[in-house]
Design a protein around this ligand. Structure first.
Ligand SMILES: CC(C)(COP(=O)(O)OP(=O)(O)OC[C@H]1O[C@@H](n2cnc3c(N)ncnc32)[C@H](O)[C@@H]1OP(=O)(O)O)[C@@H](O)C(=O)NCCC(=O)NCCS
Length: 155
């Protein structure tokens, strides 16, 4: 069973998240120590406001993460608030953990009173389309072409 919690309630997870993210995105994190990267996660270990990072557990073991933050992409402040930093370890993929994290972070955005939430992705289009997210734009971001998706939260 998948359960979702606030990183604020599991602060020791930050060091594992740092290892996962540095292995997944080595260019982005090049030159930074694991302690520095873990510090980024500690800054997201909050219970309200933005950013707020969530963590997933399966059978009591850390199994993924997502953050609700000010912007989906720093260079595009209109897409606010945004979901990002979504990661599930490779052996645990394709069993619904990413979907559960997106749902939980979307609910958090709704509970915070936001009218809509955005995310930018090159890899998770299928997941978002299955959850009725709407493609609003594609943007060039460095070497990548990213799709910006929106989920309306109020009618
Ligand atoms: C993107 C990512 C978070 C998805 O996590 P995940 O836990 O595998 O996500 P889900 O299991 O909810 O969905 C993944 C796929 O498995 C399918 N799936 C979900 N539950 C399933 C199940 N029980 N059995 C089989 N397939 C299933 C989903 O339909 C989805 O299919 P799709 O790829 O055709 O869209 C993960 O692949 C990852 O961490 N990738 C590397 C980092 C990354 O790209 N992050 C996203 C940046 S925006």
């Amino acid at each position: 069973m998948i359960s979702i919690a606030l990183l604020a309630d599991h602060p020791t997870a930050a060091s594992t998240l740092a290892q996962w993210f540095r292995a997944q995105w080595p260019d982005y994190y090049a030159g930074r120590t694991l302690a520095e990267i873990a510090g980024d996660f500690h800054a997201e270990a909050r219970r309200g406001g933005l950013p707020v990072r969530l963590v997933a557990f399966v059978a009591g073991a850390l199994a993924g993460t997502i953050v609700l933050r000010e912007q989906a992409l720093t260079a595009f402040p209109a897409f606010s608030p945004g979901l990002g930093g979504l990661f599930v370890p490779e052996p645990l993929r394709r069993r619904g953990i990413g979907t559960a994290l997106i749902r939980a972070a979307t609910s958090l955005a709704r509970d915070q009173g936001h009218a809509a939430v955005y995310t930018a992705t090159a890899t998770a289009r299928g997941l978002l389309e299955q959850q009725s997210w709407e493609l609003v734009q594609t943007v060039q971001h460095g070497d990548e072409r990213l799709a910006i998706f929106r989920r309306m939260l109020k009618s």
